[in-house]
Ligand binder design. Structure first.
Ligand SMILES: NC(=O)c1ccc[n+]([C@@H]2O[C@H](COP(=O)([O-])OP(=O)(O)OC[C@H]3O[C@@H](n4cnc5c(N)ncnc54)[C@H](OP(=O)(O)O)[C@@H]3O)[C@@H](O)[C@H]2O)c1
Length: 286
């Protein structure tokens, strides 16, 4: 039976990136819908649920994507609410590449550092990628510092992670003033820079002065990068005693995780591939 992936995209034009990855992941037929919202998705989900028999439902799956991660979260939730009992298909959420990128960043760091108990700073931690990287790190037992220009935003993000990860060791930090940024960086063994494209957080001099830093990951590919001196192609490149990754350096693993997660959807009809599940898929690839 053919594997059908139903791509539900919150943007008007369904992402060509997600379409290419779907094809490369072994999907036979790709049904792409744009402009999908939590309010208009129900009939599309019913179409996936009520067409094939119970034994064959695993050959149909849903992918939620689009550039608006908040809208994607609402859509992902609504898709799951539409299922009932065993009448369901597997579903994955990766709006704006947020889950696969965050999982790849943490997995790259783990190749060089035991993050459990380590002080890990996520700069730009209120964005979709940083928030998820912080969540995964907290789940792994790291001492996470989640940074924002505004403390209330960091506090709100930390509260949302604590709901997902009970007992998370996570501290909100502000980084708009130089002294605040220096205090946030002090003692950090891992820094993940997940700020908006083109936002620089640390100069090369500031980064090189961080004595405890072991791993630095910069997910921003648009110059200037978030951590000056890290090249977007860096992949486990040692610079002044620190292992560095740039956006493209992390991107290879991100692509493998994305493809593997899409393939996983077709192993059964009851999978829900959220941040934690996508991280586990990446971990299994190591
Ligand atoms: N390598 C890959 O495959 C891949 C895939 C997806 C994304 N990315 C990259 O990963 C990074 C994070 O993505 P995202 O979608 O989570 O980012 P985002 O939402 O655009 O931005 C993340 C955070 O950056 C902070 N920020 C925005 N403008 C700023 C400024 N002028 N100065 C300082 N901080 C600023 C904001 O936090 P506050 O307002 O709270 O300070 C925001 O929440 C981006 O650089 C993106 O391009 C890479």
């Amino acid at each position: 039976m053919k594997r059908i992936l139903i791509q539900l995209d919150t943007d008007d034009l369904p992402s060509s990136f997600d379409r290419v990855v779907a094809v490369d992941s072994g999907v036979d037929e790709l049904f792409s819908y744009g402009g999908v919202t939590a309010d208009n998705v129900e009939s599309l989900v019913h179409g996936a649920m009520f067409t094939r028999g119970p034994q064959d439902l695993k050959h149909t799956a849903i992918f939620v994507g689009g550039s608006d991660v908040t809208a994607g979260e609402a859509l992902f939730e609504k898709v799951q609410q539409t299922f009932f009992g065993p009448v369901r298909v597997s579903v994955m959420m990766d709006s704006n590449g947020s889950n696969t990128t965050a999982a790849a960043a943490v997995l790259c760091a783990q190749q060089h550092l035991d993050v459990t108990g380590a002080v890990c700073l996520v700069l730009g931690g209120t964005g979709p990628v940083g928030l998820r990287a912080a969540q995964i790190l907290a789940d792994l037992g790291a001492e996470v510092r989640l940074a924002s220009r505004l403390l209330p935003r960091a506090e709100q993000a930390c509260a949302s992670i604590s709901e997902q990860v009970p007992g998370a060791k996570i501290t909100p930090v502000a980084t708009s003033e130089t002294a605040e940024l220096q205090s946030a960086c002090a003692g950090a063994q891992l820094i993940i820079a997940a700020g908006a494209a083109g936002v620089q957080f640390l100069s090369a001099e500031e980064r090189e002065a961080l004595e405890t830093l072991k791993v630095a990951i910069d997910l921003n590919a648009v110059p200037p990068v978030g951590l000056e001196g890290i090249d977007m192609m860096d992949k486990a490149t040692e610079k002044a005693g620190v292992v560095c990754y740039g956006a493209i350096g992390v991107g290879g693993l991100k692509m493998k995780i994305h493809k593997s997660a899409v393939a996983r959807l077709f192993e059964s009809n009851d999978q829900v591939l959220d941040t934690a599940a996508i991280y586990q898929i990446g971990k299994a690839l190591q």
